[in-house]
Ligand binder design. Structure first.
Ligand SMILES: Nc1ncnc2c1ncn2[C@@H]1O[C@H](COP(=O)(O)OP(=O)(O)OP(=O)(O)O)[C@@H](O)[C@H]1O
Ligand SMILES: [Mg+2]
Length: 247
């Protein structure tokens, strides 16, 4: 599934929060949207998802410019947003169409792939933050989305769980070949996961730069090459103090 944004802007009242966003994602590509708080990352993601259709410009998915909610899109938010009165299994099958038995079979398959095979009968309050976020990932994947939109999906997790789930995301991406748009303000996460990082700046947020991460996968966290990309990204955000002082 390919995704294309042409001159997308969003205004609330007379406040323009994102301006002239033109970018794209090729089928199976992982594209990062990176920028400081308030630069409009979630706004762009909501427009892509069809949850918000009051934007200017054009967004097309596989060449189709409909502003409806696309049923081929999966969404993972910063917090899991599980339904507290449903079990893990029922949270994953919720919203699926079809026979109960088939829905549950499918849900179990995805719970297995996120490492929650034996936890299907638990309720959300019995889960750790990382487990709950895994359920959210399974729930998004069970619909076989061709485009997966992630809004800071790991930012509430501790560093170790975060790394595990980043690797899990790469595993499921390899298996299902979804096109992924990942909103993050974690530069290490962006360089580790993404094929391309779109850097947003300012208010209204505009694209400052796009950087292609040329390192093949699997990548090594903390490799020299990823560190160089990190430095380049910090430069584009005017956050690389050492470089600023020496220039
Ligand atoms: N529904 C809305 N009504 C009015 N203003 C809004 C609305 N949604 C977002 N904004 C404004 O748009 C700007 C961008 O918000 P957005 O949530 O897209 O930022 P963000 O880059 O995702 O930030 P963060 O990293 O903190 O999540 C903010 O100034 C916000 O106040
Ligand atoms: Mg946001």
């Amino acid at each position: 599934m390919s995704l294309e944004l042409k001159n997308v802007s969003r205004t609330f009242g007379d406040n323009t929060v994102v301006k002239n966003i033109t970018t794209s994602a090729a089928p199976g590509e992982i594209v990062g949207l990176l920028g400081t708080s308030g630069c409009g990352k979630s706004t762009i993601l909501r427009a892509i998802s069809g949850l918000d259709n009051d934007y200017q410009g054009e967004i097309s998915i596989n060449g189709n410019t409909s502003k409806e909610i696309h049923d081929t899109t999966g969404f993972i938010f910063q917090e899991p947003r599980l339904l507290p009165w449903l079990t893990v299994l029922d949270n994953v099958t919720f919203g699926l169409k079809g026979k109960k038995q088939e829905k549950e079979k499918l849900a179990r398959q995805y719970l297995d792939s996120v490492g929650l095979k034996d936890n299907e009968a638990l309720y959300p309050k019995q889960l750790s933050g990382g487990m709950a976020q895994r359920v959210a990932i399974a729930r998004a994947l069970v619909t076989s989305p061709e485009i997966l939109l992630l809004d800071e999906p790991f930012s509430a997790l501790d560093a170790f769980t975060k790394m595990q789930l980043q690797d899990l995301l790469l595993d499921v991406w390899k298996k299902y070949q979804s096109t992924i748009v990942l909103v993050t303000h974690d530069i290490d996460e962006a360089t580790y996961l993404c094929d391309r990082v779109v850097i947003l700046r300012g208010q209204p947020g505009e694209i400052a730069r796009e950087i292609t991460i040329k390192e093949p996968r699997p990548r090594a966290r903390g490799s020299k090459l990823l560190a160089d990309y990190k430095s380049e990204i910090l430069d584009s955000l005017d956050l690389n103090r050492a470089h600023l002082l020496s220039s």
